[in-house]
Design a protein around this ligand. Sequence first.
Ligand code: SF4
Length: 120
Amino acid sequence: MKELTCIVCPNGCTLYAEETEAGFQVAGNLCRRGEEFAITELTNPVRTVCSTVATAFPRVPVIPVRVSREIPKERIFDVMEEINKIVVSERVEKGAVLMEDVLGLGADIIVTSSILSEQE
Ligand code: SF4
């Protein structure tokens, strides 16, 4: 039996999950999303990544970014290394793709703020 904290919503339910011959057993969840989260955690845990990247603009030295879809949990540090290599030299808009298909994981690195395009 594995104890987990559901991170799908702010309730943060404590989940108890295990795989049995009859399938996955999950307890402690207040809704079905918690069950899905627990099963994913036992089989292929994934996470979203939010971070910042450097820019070439002194008045806006960093801008926020995130991955366009969840990535395997064990690849977070690899993806962060790629994010840390980015330096934005154009006034990109919110939603701009800075890196496509990072490390072949099927996720893009996208800008989540318009602050750079709004600055003079
Ligand atoms: S089980 Fe449902 S209610 Fe509980 S934290 Fe997860 S998503 Fe929220």
